[in-house]
Design a binder for this molecule. Structure first.
Ligand SMILES: [Zn+2]
Length: 150
Protein backbone atom coordinates (compact mmCIF):
# COMPACT_ATOMS: atom_id res chain seq x y z
CA UNK A 1 0.00 0.00 0.00
CA UNK A 2 1.66 3.19 -1.19
CA UNK A 3 0.65 6.54 0.10
CA UNK A 4 1.33 9.73 -1.84
CA UNK A 5 3.76 12.13 -0.18
CA UNK A 6 1.36 15.05 -0.42
CA UNK A 7 -1.30 13.17 1.52
CA UNK A 8 1.21 12.28 4.24
CA UNK A 9 2.25 15.90 4.65
CA UNK A 10 -1.34 16.95 4.72
CA UNK A 11 -1.90 14.95 7.86
CA UNK A 12 0.83 16.85 9.68
CA UNK A 13 -0.01 20.39 8.62
CA UNK A 14 -2.18 21.76 5.87
CA UNK A 15 -0.07 24.12 3.79
CA UNK A 16 -2.61 24.62 1.06
CA UNK A 17 -3.81 28.13 0.44
CA UNK A 18 -7.03 28.73 2.40
CA UNK A 19 -8.14 31.22 -0.23
CA UNK A 20 -7.81 29.26 -3.48
CA UNK A 21 -6.78 25.81 -2.26
CA UNK A 22 -3.52 26.09 -4.19
CA UNK A 23 -0.66 23.79 -3.21
CA UNK A 24 2.07 26.06 -4.52
CA UNK A 25 2.63 27.90 -1.25
CA UNK A 26 5.92 28.86 0.32
CA UNK A 27 7.17 30.20 3.61
CA UNK A 28 7.70 33.99 3.50
CA UNK A 29 11.11 33.70 5.10
CA UNK A 30 12.35 31.23 2.50
CA UNK A 31 11.06 33.39 -0.38
CA UNK A 32 12.78 36.36 1.20
CA UNK A 33 16.09 34.52 1.69
CA UNK A 34 16.04 33.11 -1.81
CA UNK A 35 15.31 36.48 -3.36
CA UNK A 36 17.82 38.51 -1.42
CA UNK A 37 21.53 38.68 -2.03
CA UNK A 38 24.26 40.58 -0.27
CA UNK A 39 27.79 41.08 -1.43
CA UNK A 40 30.76 43.34 -1.29
CA UNK A 41 32.52 45.02 -4.14
CA UNK A 42 36.01 46.35 -4.18
CA UNK A 43 37.78 48.18 -6.94
CA UNK A 44 41.26 49.57 -7.02
CA UNK A 45 42.41 51.90 -9.74
CA UNK A 46 45.47 53.85 -10.69
CA UNK A 47 45.34 57.41 -11.92
CA UNK A 48 48.42 58.86 -13.38
CA UNK A 49 49.62 61.48 -15.77
CA UNK A 50 52.42 63.76 -16.67
CA UNK A 51 52.50 67.44 -16.02
CA UNK A 52 55.41 69.73 -16.66
CA UNK A 53 57.87 66.88 -16.92
CA UNK A 54 57.00 65.50 -13.51
CA UNK A 55 54.98 62.37 -13.26
CA UNK A 56 52.19 62.22 -10.82
CA UNK A 57 49.76 59.57 -10.00
CA UNK A 58 47.90 57.90 -7.27
CA UNK A 59 45.89 54.99 -6.30
CA UNK A 60 42.17 55.11 -5.99
CA UNK A 61 40.11 52.54 -4.32
CA UNK A 62 36.49 52.17 -3.62
CA UNK A 63 34.52 49.58 -1.87
CA UNK A 64 30.91 49.13 -1.17
CA UNK A 65 28.24 46.70 -0.47
CA UNK A 66 25.76 45.45 -2.97
CA UNK A 67 22.27 44.49 -2.08
CA UNK A 68 19.73 43.12 -4.45
CA UNK A 69 16.28 41.81 -3.99
CA UNK A 70 13.61 40.46 -6.25
CA UNK A 71 10.37 42.37 -6.20
CA UNK A 72 8.61 39.43 -4.57
CA UNK A 73 11.23 39.25 -1.81
CA UNK A 74 10.82 43.00 -1.31
CA UNK A 75 7.06 42.69 -1.16
CA UNK A 76 7.23 39.89 1.39
CA UNK A 77 10.04 41.43 3.43
CA UNK A 78 10.11 40.89 7.19
CA UNK A 79 9.38 43.72 9.61
CA UNK A 80 12.33 46.03 10.01
CA UNK A 81 14.25 46.93 13.15
CA UNK A 82 14.73 50.56 13.99
CA UNK A 83 18.06 52.36 14.37
CA UNK A 84 19.67 52.28 17.81
CA UNK A 85 23.44 52.71 18.08
CA UNK A 86 23.57 54.37 14.67
CA UNK A 87 21.33 57.15 15.93
CA UNK A 88 23.87 58.06 18.63
CA UNK A 89 26.52 58.17 15.93
CA UNK A 90 24.31 60.48 13.86
CA UNK A 91 23.84 62.69 16.89
CA UNK A 92 27.61 62.91 17.35
CA UNK A 93 28.15 63.66 13.65
CA UNK A 94 25.55 66.40 13.75
CA UNK A 95 27.16 67.77 16.89
CA UNK A 96 30.66 67.77 15.42
CA UNK A 97 29.39 69.38 12.25
CA UNK A 98 27.68 72.16 14.10
CA UNK A 99 30.14 73.04 16.85
CA UNK A 100 29.95 76.64 15.73
CA UNK A 101 26.51 76.81 17.18
CA UNK A 102 25.63 76.16 20.76
CA UNK A 103 22.01 75.28 20.32
CA UNK A 104 22.02 72.34 17.91
CA UNK A 105 24.30 70.01 19.92
CA UNK A 106 22.10 70.51 22.92
CA UNK A 107 19.18 69.37 20.83
CA UNK A 108 20.93 66.64 18.85
CA UNK A 109 22.37 64.72 21.80
CA UNK A 110 19.19 64.46 23.88
CA UNK A 111 17.19 63.79 20.70
CA UNK A 112 19.49 60.97 19.64
CA UNK A 113 19.34 59.49 23.15
CA UNK A 114 15.56 59.81 23.08
CA UNK A 115 15.26 58.01 19.75
CA UNK A 116 17.87 55.45 20.79
CA UNK A 117 15.75 54.51 23.81
CA UNK A 118 12.51 54.62 21.86
CA UNK A 119 13.82 52.43 19.03
CA UNK A 120 15.61 50.09 21.42
CA UNK A 121 12.30 49.55 23.19
CA UNK A 122 10.63 48.90 19.82
CA UNK A 123 13.30 46.37 18.86
CA UNK A 124 13.09 44.44 22.12
CA UNK A 125 9.33 44.60 22.73
CA UNK A 126 7.45 45.30 19.50
CA UNK A 127 9.79 43.73 16.94
CA UNK A 128 9.53 40.12 18.22
CA UNK A 129 5.74 40.50 18.15
CA UNK A 130 5.91 41.48 14.48
CA UNK A 131 8.56 38.90 13.62
CA UNK A 132 6.83 35.92 15.20
CA UNK A 133 3.76 35.84 12.90
CA UNK A 134 5.93 36.73 9.90
CA UNK A 135 8.06 33.62 10.40
CA UNK A 136 4.92 31.46 10.31
CA UNK A 137 3.39 33.01 7.23
CA UNK A 138 3.20 31.37 3.84
CA UNK A 139 2.71 32.84 0.42
CA UNK A 140 0.50 31.37 -2.28
CA UNK A 141 2.13 31.64 -5.69
CA UNK A 142 -1.20 31.15 -7.35
CA UNK A 143 -3.37 33.89 -5.82
CA UNK A 144 -0.77 35.92 -3.85
CA UNK A 145 -2.56 35.17 -0.61
CA UNK A 146 -0.46 35.46 2.57
CA UNK A 147 -1.60 33.17 5.34
CA UNK A 148 -0.68 31.22 8.42
CA UNK A 149 -1.35 27.51 7.85
CA UNK A 150 -3.65 26.09 10.47
ZN1 LIG B 1 -4.05 30.86 -3.15
Amino acid sequence: MEQPVAATNKNLINLNCPSCGGENTQKLSSIHDAGTSHGTTQSVGFVGGRGGGNGFGGMTSSSGTTFSQTSLAKKLAPPKKKMTAKIIFLGVVVTLGTLWTVVIPFIAIPASIYFYRKNKAFNTIEYPKLMEPWLKQYYCHRCENVFIPG
